[in-house]
Design a protein around this ligand. Structure first.
Ligand code: FAD
Length: 489
């Protein structure tokens, strides 16, 4: 024990000498924000919070930690929703100071950014140069590009532009032994062997530390139109989605789903939120069309599609955002959903994906199964319907004890995830695996796929120093068993 403590002291001293005292923090108050995560599900512990300023300092830190056998947990904005950034000992490596935009190439339509850039800052830099960087999440004011890459973040623009993976051409990564892999190429074609960048994207800090990336830019939309639509069922919403995609093609940039219960709790808890349609409907869709062509008549097109859908009985009611402010207000209803569930008591959450063709069937089947399993449970199934990605959240029955409800988490995981699996879906759609879903993975992941993941982990991180205990359980003593969350947002 004494040897470990002195080795840790030596490591802290070595890092302090190279990075400076302001970049190696060990006081409890400085560490505190890095030990907890957005939902308050887990609480971690760490020796130090280390804040390098560039990739060389990251590499030095990693080398020294490898020498001392000390685990490293990378952190960006710490907005992750699966406990992936919570340290269980070792050091927290914050990428926040690597926040430079290195280069923007307007003809290649790429931007090269460091991992610590806040997503909004990347969007703004692209915008200022007359381009669009389309990745968009409700946490964009605080999440960082390295975290977006490490979780392969999705968000509201995936339907048109793809996940973070599809937006990435090159990466720079510090490996577990401290070497720097320079894969910072902005190429649309490169078949020189295995695609290494795709290993690191979505690996949640378990294979390497991303320090920079080359990202794709797109033409800026010049016109945009938003609609809020009420339907009688998820099935009708799916039929409407299909029609819109056929009629509007790439101009359809968002199709987000909100259930009646979801809209009602937003209206109940969000000051200033206004009911968008006069009556209530079982299912709502927030639709956005956009185009880089100034003269595209999106409003006319959307009105025509929705007019026909109303006539055919597919849509019960619809409204178009007549101004930028009205469109923002409609989006605000959708973006408030995660937050307001907290105010309805305990919430058991699932972030799943099924083929788009089965998304309505999933919502209906899983809702029925959960309602049968616990009378009074309130299903809040919402999200990125057009990607087949639903946040299938369950609010506790009114009046039930919160702790007693959350104790049922495992039972509802089984009900929901079994249905997802039977539909060839994924139990971790856009938030990742982290700690929350680590022990679910072996139940549903193809065993050969899981073996390949373990083999890659052992190859790239033979001493299990990079974010140990996340995504995969390799039985490392540095990663103590995790408890099921007892709190929920
Ligand atoms: P962190 O939370 O700091 O880290 C996340 C994981 O990545 C951890 O495992 C960490 O160890 C690892 N990591 C971080 N930086 C690096 C790095 N440089 N190299 C290697 N590993 C690293 N997510 C979506 O996908 N879609 C959404 O629509 C969405 N909406 C959200 C809305 C809200 C209000 C909130 C709070 C979160 C939302 N999220 C969403 C989740 C979260 O914002 C994303 O997962 C985001 O990509 C995390 O970025 P971050 O910088 O906060 O990462």
């Amino acid at each position: 024990m004494a040897i470990a403590a002195s080795a840790h002291r030596t490591l802290i001293d070595t890092l302090t000498e190279r990075l400076g005292a302001a970049a190696v923090l060990t006081e409890a108050a400085d560490l505190e924000p890095a030990l907890v995560e957005t939902r308050g599900l887990y609480r971690g512990q760490a020796l130090a919070l280390v804040r390098p300023k560039d990739q060389d300092e990251v590499a030095f830190t990693m080398q020294e930690c490898a020498r001392a056998g000390v685990p490293v947990v990378p952190q960006g904005g710490n907005t992750g929703l699966v406990g992936g950034g919570v340290p269980q000992g070792g050091i927290v490596l914050s990428l926040a100071r690597l926040d430079r935009i290195r280069h923007l190439d307007p003809v290649n339509a790429t931007i090269t950014v460091e991992a610590g850039c806040i997503l909004k800052a990347v969007q703004d830099a692209a915008d200022a140069a007359g381009h669009l960087f389309p990745l968009s999440l409700a946490s964009e004011g605080s999440c960082r590009i390295g975290g977006n890459l490490a979780t392969n973040a999705g968000g509201t623009a995936v339907l048109r532009y793809g996940n973070t993976r599809e937006l990435t051409l090159g990466l720079e990564v510090v490996l577990a032994d401290g070497r720097i892999w320079n894969g910072l190429k902005g190429l649309r074609k490169d078949n020189t062997g295995y695609d290494l960048k795709d290993l690191f994207i979505g690996s949640e800090g378990t294979l390497g530390i991303i320090t920079a990336a080359v990202l794709k830019l797109f033409p800026k939309p010049q016109v945009r139109v938003t609609a809020f639509v009420g339907c009688a069922s998820p099935g009708q919403a799916l039929e409407l989605f299909n029609r819109l995609r056929e009629a509007a093609g790439d101009q359809l940039t968002a199709f987000e789903y909100i259930p009646d219960f979801g809209l009602e709790i937003v209206l109940r808890h969000r000051p200033g939120a206004v009911r968008p349609l006069s009556g209530r409907h079982a299912s709502y869709a927030l639709i956005e069309l956009s185009s880089p062509q100034r003269d595209a008549d999106l409003q006319g097109r959307l009105e025509a599609i929705l007019g026909q859908a109303l006539e055919d009985g597919l849509v019960e009611d619809a409204t178009l955002g007549a101004s930028e402010a009205q469109s923002l207000a409609l989006w605000h209803l959708r973006e408030s959903l995660s937050e307001v569930q907290r105010l309805e008591g305990g919430s058991i959450k699932h972030d799943i994906a099924v083929p788009v063709s089965r998304v309505a069937e999933f919502i209906e089947t899983a809702s029925r199964a959960c309602e049968a399993a616990m009378p009074g449970i309130r299903v809040c199934a919402f999200g990125h319907f057009g990607d087949g990605n639903i946040h299938f959240n369950l609010s506790q029955p009114v009046g039930m004890d919160k702790g007693a409800f959350l104790a049922e988490w495992e039972r509802f995981n089984r009900i929901v995830h079994d249905i997802v699996h039977a539909m060839d879906g994924s139990i971790a759609a856009e938030h990742g695996v982290g700690l929350v879903k680590r022990d679910e993975l072996p139940l549903y992941k193809d065993p050969v796929g899981l073996d390949l993941m373990r083999a890659l982990k052992r190859t790239l991180d033979p001493h299990n120093l990079l974010n140990p205990g996340k995504v995969l359980d390799l039985g490392d003593p540095a990663a103590p068993a995790i408890a099921r969350p007892t709190e929920s947002p």
